[in-house]
Design a protein around this ligand. Structure first.
Ligand SMILES: NC(=O)c1ccc[n+]([C@@H]2O[C@H](COP(=O)([O-])OP(=O)(O)OC[C@H]3O[C@@H](n4cnc5c(N)ncnc54)[C@H](O)[C@@H]3O)[C@@H](O)[C@H]2O)c1
Ligand SMILES: [Zn+2]
Length: 367
């Protein structure tokens, strides 16, 4: 539905709003909290670039408490949660308080988890500010933090009371972060929508007129999947395409690199490897594998995977929360726009796919 240039998408228990005028709807949403304590969770970048806009556009937020954490995946931890729970308690937040998560996926994942657990759950609203969080992380009710080097291992399912997407926030986001978000859009297209893939292949980032289309296309795909399977018993696993290998690469990079990969950059690597596996173990054609590989490799910087660390990546995959028993489980592509869940893949083929990714880097250098 679109009213006053605001597009709304109904989710299981709430609603997502997208557009330049979303704050007028947020104002309505905030009215019941007028006399309650409201907290806004930010990191230093959303404090700098986004919080003033949010507060000036919503008079009820003039007295809100700002809770600031350091940016970055390395801060999506229980230690930071502890500090935030403590701050909420110090401010005497009660069960009627509201938390607004203003930031990227780290803020919406962790803020959602803080709110869902504090006093057995207070309301929270997501105002995502990165492309990745606008098209993916802020929607669908997955909240949580990393633990002992494993991604998203502690968390709960709980939807925000509302998600308010203001595309203009993307204007201060750098190209690298925009591309990181774009990886999730490519994933949405690959698992569900071949015509969306065709649009994405051409590139939709440089012209900001495309952003609303990009955001809403992705959210609609994700939301439809989540509505059918909110707790990831089956269909929702489609969204894990690229993430079995991608999460392992992301965790590895967080542990070993001075400047770690962004989530989407790791998922891009995961999608190339998992497309290779889809070609070897499933019906994904040679032609489609070649198109997927060259499209993704063109968008993202190469990241050579060290062969001596492959065993570490396999161990990380074995510990992934998506697995059952000791098997490594994948979502694989059957075609562009069509995927299948619960596919067990043996370690040799996974290693082969990592070598395939590395071989592209050689090709890139040669060209
Ligand atoms: N819950 C889910 O369904 C889901 C889905 C996908 C990803 N995720 C999670 O999302 C996280 C990644 O999210 P992300 O990529 O948004 O990372 P992020 O939150 O770390 O944000 C990336 C960087 O952009 C900065 N930033 C945010 N908004 C900005 C703005 N408007 N202008 C300038 N800088 C800005 C941040 O401070 C940070 O430095 C990962 O932890 C991933 O696991 C969750
Ligand atoms: Zn992801």
């Amino acid at each position: 539905m679109s009213v006053n240039n605001i597009i709304s998408i109904k989710t299981k228990t709430s609603e997502v709003f997208v557009g330049d005028e979303v704050f007028s709807v947020l104002n309505e949403y905030l009215r019941p909290y007028r006399n309650k304590k409201i907290f806004v969770l930010v990191d230093e970048n959303t404090l700098k670039h986004c919080v003033t806009e949010l507060i000036t556009q919503n008079e009820i937020l003039h007295n809100a408490e700002i809770l600031e954490i350091d940016s970055g995946e390395e801060n999506k931890t229980l230690d930071v949660c502890y500090q935030l729970w403590k701050t909420l308690a110090d401010y005497k937040a009660d069960r009627h308080s509201l938390l607004i998560n203003l930031g990227g996926g780290v803020i919406t994942d962790m803020g959602g988890f803080i709110a869902s657990t504090y006093k057995r759950g207070i309301d929270f609203i997501n105002v995502p500010t990165t492309l990745l969080s606008q098209i993916d992380a802020s929607v669908g009710g997955k909240t949580g933090v990393d633990f002992e080097g494993l991604k998203n291992i502690i968390g709960v399912f709980n939807e925000a009371k509302g998600v308010f997407i203001y595309p203009n926030f993307l204007k201060t986001l750098d190209k690298r972060q925009m591309l990181s978000g774009y990886a999730e859009a490519l994933k949405h297209a690959l698992i569900k929508d071949a015509s969306y893939w065709k649009m994405l292949k051409k590139g939709m980032l440089s012209d900001d007129k495309n952003w609303v289309k990009l955001i809403t296309s992705s959210i609609k795909i994700k939301n439809e999947i989540v509505l059918n399977d909110p707790l990831e018993m089956g269909e929702r696993k489609l969204l894990n395409f690229g993430h079995t290998i991608g999460h392992a690469v992301e965790s590895y990079s967080l542990e070993n690199d001075k400047i770690p990969l962004c989530h989407g950059e790791a998922i891009a690597i995961g999608m190339i490897c998992e497309s290779y596996i889809s070609n070897k173990q499933h019906e994904l054609s040679d032609g489609n594998l070649a198109t997927i590989t060259s499209t993704i490799a063109d968008f993202y910087k190469s990241y050579p995977l060290n062969e001596s660390d492959f065993h570490m990546l396999i161990e990380l995959m074995k510990n992934d929360k998506k697995n059952e028993k000791n098997e490594i489980i994948f979502t694989l592509l059957v075609d562009i726009g069509d995927a299948t869940i619960n596919q067990e893949v043996n370690v040799d083929l996974i290693l082969e796919s990592l070598n395939y990714y590395n071989s592209l880097i050689g090709d890139k250098v040669k060209n």
